[in-house]
Design a protein. Sequence first.
Length: 200
Amino acid sequence: MEIKRFIGGILEANGYVVSDPESGECMIIDPGYRPKVFIQHVKKQELIPRGILLTHHHSDHTGAAEQVRKALDCPVLIHRADADRYGEWVDVLLEGGEGLKLGEERFQVLHTPGHTRGSVCYMFRKSRCCFTGDFVFNVDLGRTDLDDGSEEEMRRSILETADRWAGDIRIYPGHGDDCTMKTVRRINQEFIDIVAAAKR
């Protein structure tokens, strides 16, 4: 699997094009800004776009999705709980737990509320990587003080989902650099504190 990161906007949000070299299929994850860079990359590499995967509803992750969808003629997927503010250009409502395919690799939609009610991660277990949006970053966690955030749900999502990921899983977050879960467990103090508190 090949991963291309694009950084855009004043919040320096990450968007990704994830592709399977054998089939030429790709998924676009969180195109928040600069729709042309996603469109041009897909066309230049002669990739076959299979979908636009959104991790949550915030505009720095969704802002270019409608234009990319129109240009590349592929569906937009978002969790049902985060879809209410978008109109006709959302095609698939996710529940969490779905198994999707990119080439021959299956990947799973994980519902991880906390940053928003409908935050999700996309876990590629064969490739040992996960696209976490604004759930888990390398050095901290997503904010829970926005309109539909929840500190309690974030805590539960960390303990019931992220803390179960093996150390060699590499996370690709919505902001900042990628790293392994081994590194998260060493330098992400918010993550460390939640896990430690649960063990007391």
